[in-house]
Structure formats: structure tokens, C-alpha cells
Design a binder for this molecule. Structure first.
Ligand code: GAP
Length: 493
């Protein structure tokens, strides 16, 4: 079953993943705030990206650059001249649209064949009564649209107290440029040899004309980009090094999404047509995901050639080359750029994880997050909140496990309800403390010191000693399958 965007938006708000920004003031257009669970999920995505693509690789390093950069950066990169979208305005209601998106919108029509009755007609279709196609504003259905005008997507601001042309600055529209302008700093300080890559994760800003579809297209978003520098004179397996590494990065990024749970049938590669390539690109391949809105770009992997280093060298007057010891010559490296949107990745992981199933005749909503992505790893639940020893033991287990993972305690409902709540936010494991764990001191009974561990996906339960829990969760949360780890303990009765 595929989930709708409305279902995800409502779950995100209800369970503290994502809220509309400044909601109490009526909201800020297409800006969103990550709530307590959303921030954990997003940090997990960024941490795994960093671990798998930077920390664990000998050929990768990272940086964290300023969002505000010298304005010449944007002249050299081509953003001042080329980073534009065509826009049209409605002369009547003044709404603004991306010219190339207008035909993909449902449109309002006052039909002359039905005495001017108002209809909303699906995108691209004619009116079934009069046969007319859309020519006016798709929203109000009355105003004419202006001719397309180019609109630069960069947010402008001023550095310092005086608002004049000389102090204009831009919020970065991509994280990539900082890696190019720091190329020589990183190369010299880290004594790197080609091929090597620089990564950065951080905020980018685009004044999108038609943002929308929840966090899919927003004006402020997070990117994780890698600029991987290769020697264009080198060959790998008989192919030019840049082409070899381009294919390697495409395969590695696809494998990364699969590893953390995106299903094969929801992923595809899309090769950019020649006339669609950015001004700097020799070849670009998108990884598309089947979002609730249909197939759309999840990330792009471009071969940017030596365009950026040459441009920054030309505009700054500084040499941005690499000395090839073997050939005794300076070369301008080619760049392979895997560019990912962190928010889009989060939306894809949520959509793919969403499952509705039935347990004893009742609907169960589950986010089947990969354990390493799940915002909360373990929930500790007391079976009886009136029994002090049970509550004390549950708090102690939470505090102990929380030294390593995000672990929560909840006693605000009956156990069945508590399990459903954790399923709905994707918590992979629950620990339940009961009378058997602590015993009954009034009757002189000692407890067995064991707790019940429940697996979210299979709903199987095992009984394990409390002091074995850190080891057990270490195995489960670092990639161990439940079926292999759980066999070490008896099933709970
Ligand atoms: N440096 C190249 C670059 O920025 P891009 O295709 O424009 O390439 C890369 O952006 C990724 O950033 C996209 O694949 C998408 O995941 C994300 N992204 C771009 N614009 C976005 C927006 N307005 N809202 C959310 N994510 C966005």
C-alpha cells in the first residue's frame, strides 16, 4: 500500500516529527520546523551519511563553511546569471507560478456550456462539458497570465548596516561552492592525493516560485553534497577516471538508500537529456524516488568537469590546480558531485517505512524504520504504574540504556496502547517491566530480574536479564537481525 501525502503530514504533526513554521501566526509559506522526533530522525540520516561517506573512507574529508560567501562566488559559479526559473503572474489575483509548472496544476474553470458553473479540472485535461483547455490563471480561473519572466532564485540580503549595492550578499543556494573555493586550503592542509572528496552538510536557500508538497520543495532546506575530485588524465579499467568515478558514486548512493530501507521498486535512475543538463554538467543522473506525489528527484549525481575550479580561478586570480607528481604537471581536477537533499531523503524514508496492518482485528500503523534511522531506539514501559518497584526498575533501565541511545519511558496508557504509540513512530524495540521482574516483597517473593523485549516488526517477545540488555541492544541496533539475536533468549510467555 502506498501512503498519501496527507496521511504523512498528519502523522508528522500529531506525533511530533514536523510542524508548520510559525503556525500560531498562520504559518510561513513552505517553511517547516522539525519537532522532537523529526530532529532525531534527521540527525540520524545526517550521521549515517557522514559515517558511511566521510568518516569510514580514507579518500574523504569534510568541511563546514559559512552560509554567507563573497558575492563574487555567485558570479563565478554562474548562479547570478543562470540560477533562474521562468515565472508568470496572474493579472487578476496576482498569484505567481513557475511557467513550466502551470500545466501540471489542476485548473479552475467557469464553464460557458453550464451557465458559468465553476469546476476544478484535473491537470492537463479539457473541460468535459465545453471541451475548453486552460488558458487563464489555474487558481482563480479569471485572470490572464503575463508572459514568462526570468526570476533569480537566490535570496538577497545586505552585509553590514548600510543597504546599498556594494553590501549585497546572498544566502547560499547550494553547499557545493564552498568546497570549490576551499579546494586549495583542504588540499594543502590535509596533503591529499587525487582522487579525493570534500563533503559538507548544511542549509541552503532558494526563493522557489512554487514550493510545495510538504518538505519536498521548500525555500530553506538541508543538503549533503560531496565534491569528488579526480585526475582527468587518469584511466580506471580502460575508462576515463571521471566517467568511472561517476558510475561508482551512482552505484554507492543507490546502495546507501537500499541499505537503510528504501525498496527497490520505489527507486530508479534517470539520465538527464542533453538539453536539460546544467551549464556545468557533462552528464547528470538523478536517483528518483516514487514519492506520494509520484516519481521525483531524490538526489542528483553530476559530472561537473573542471568548470567550477576554472571559473573560481579565473574570477579570484588564484591557481586551483593539483600537481601530478608522476607526469610532473599541474592539472585542474574534474569533479563528480553527489548532491542530496536531507529533507527529501527523510520524506522518502518515512513514505517507504509507512505500513498499515491488522492485529487482532484492529488497525496498526507502523513506521518500519531501519533501527539505525529510528528516532527512538527503545521504549521502556512499566506494566503496572502503581507498583513503585516496577516504575523504579523501568526508570533505571531507561537511564542505563540512554547512555548510548535515545530511549524513552512511557506509563501514560495501558500496555497495548503504549505498543501502538511506539509502532506509529517507528521505535524498533520495547522493554516491559512486570511483577515477575521485581517480585512481590510483601509476599516475600523475589523477582527474576528479567524484562520482556518486543520486536516492532514481528511482534515477537523474548525474556532477557536486565543486565544483558545493553549487549542485546548493541547487537540489534548495529545491524543484527532480530531472528538471529533473539534466539539467544527464551520466548516470553
Ligand atoms: N550542487 C548541485 C545542486 O544543488 P540540485 O539538484 O539543485 O543540485 C540537489 O539539488 C538536491 O537538493 C536535490 O536532489 C534535492 O534533493 C535537494 N533540493 C534542491 N532544491 C530543494 C528544495 N527547494 N527543497 C528541498 N530540497 C531541495
Amino acid at each position: 500500500m502506498s501512503v498519501t501525502m496527507d496521511t504523512l503530514v498528519s502523522l508528522c504533526k500529531r506525533r511530533g516529527f514536523i510542524f508548520q513554521s510559525s503556525e500560531i501566526y498562520g504559518g510561513t509559506g513552505s517553511c517547516y520546523d522539525y519537532g522532537p522526533l523529526g530532529v532525531e530522525l534527521k540527525q540520524n540520516i545526517k550521521r549515517l551519511l557522514w559515517r558511511d561517506f566521510v568518516q569510514s573512507r580514507a579518500d574523504m574529508v569534510g568541511i563546514d563553511a559559512s552560509i554567507l560567501m563573497h558575492p563574487m562566488v555567485w558570479k563565478a559559479s554562474g548562479h547570478l546569471d543562470h540560477f533562474t526559473d521562468p515565472m508568470v503572474d496572474c493579472r487578476d489575483c496576482k498569484l505567481r507560478f513557475r511557467a513550466d509548472h502551470v500545466d501540471a496544476l489542476p485548473w479552475t474553470h467557469y464553464c460557458p456550456a453550464t451557465k458559468g458553473n465553476k469546476f476544478t479540472i484535473p491537470a492537463g485535461e479539457p473541460c468535459s462539458h465545453c471541451g475548453a483547455r486552460r488558458t487563464l490563471c489555474p487558481d482563480c480561473g479569471k485572470g490572464e497570465l503575463t508572459a514568462p519572466r526570468q526570476f533569480n532564485l537566490m535570496f538577497k540580503t545586505f552585509m553590514g548596516p548600510v543597504e546599498e549595492d556594494a553590501s549585497v550578499a546572498y544566502l547560499r543556494p547550494e553547499t557545493a561552492q564552498a568546497m570549490f573555493v576551499n579546494f586549495d586550503n583542504v588540499l594543502q592542509s590535509m596533503r591529499l592525493k587525487l582522487p579525493f572528496g570534500i563533503a559538507q552538510a548544511g542549509r541552503s536557500f532558494r526563493n522557489e516560485i512554487t514550493p510545495g508538497n510538504f518538505i519536498f520543495r521548500t525555500r530553506e532546506f538541508e543538503q549533503m553534497e560531496i565534491e569528488y575530485f579526480v585526475n582527468p588524465r587518469d584511466a580506471v579499467d580502460g575508462r576515463p577516471a571521471d566517467e568511472h568515478w561517476h558510475d561508482r558514486w551512482i552505484a554507492d548512493c543507490m546502495a546507501w538508500f537500499r541499505r537503510y530501507g528504501l525498496r527497490e521498486e520505489n527507486l530508479r535512475l534517470r539520465e538527464h537529456e542533453k538539453d536539460e543538463l546544467s551549464h556545468y554538467s557533462k552528464r547528470t543522473v538523478d536517483i528518483d524516488y516514487r514519492f506520494p506525489i509520484g516519481w521525483s528527484e531524490l538526489m542528483g549525481i553530476a559530472n561537473r568537469t573542471d568548470f567550477d575550479l576554472k571559473q573560481h580561478s579565473k574570477f579570484s586570480g588564484k591557481s586551483l590546480t593539483y600537481f601530478d607528481e608522476e607526469r610532473k604537471e599541474h592539472v585542474v581536477p574534474y569533479v563528480i558531485e553527489p548532491a542530496m537533499g536531507v529533507d527529501r531523503a527523510l520524506l522518502a524514508f518515512m513514505a517507504d517505512a509507512y505500513v498499515e496492518d491488522e492485529v487482532r482485528g484492529e488497525k496498526r500503523v507502523v513506521l518500519r524504520f531501519h533501527p539505525e534511522l529510528a528516532p527512538v531506539k527503545v521504549a521502556v514501559l512499566p506494566l503496572l504504574k502503581k507498583r513503585e518497584e516496577i516504575v523504579r526498575a523501568a526508570h533505571a533501565i531507561r537511564a542505563d540504556l540512554a547512555k548510548q541511545w535515545r530511549v524513552v519511558y512511557d506509563d501514560t496508557a495501558a500496555i497495548g496502547r503504549l505498543y501502538r504509540r511506539q509502532d506509529e513512530v517507528g521505535t524498533p524495540y520495547c522493554v516491559t517491566v512486570d511483577v515477575q521482574t521485581v517480585g512481590d516483597s510483601e509476599k516475600g517473593e523475589t523477582g527474576d530480574g528479567k524484562a520482556t523485549i518486543r520486536d516492532r516488526d514481528s511482534m515477537e517477545q523474548i525474556r532477557a536479564p536486565i543486565d544483558a540488555l545493553p549487549g542485546l541492544f548493541h547487537d540489534l541496533l548495529s545491524g543484527g537481525a532480530w531472528s538471529q539475536v533473539a534466539v539467544r533468549f527464551p520466548a516470553a510467555k
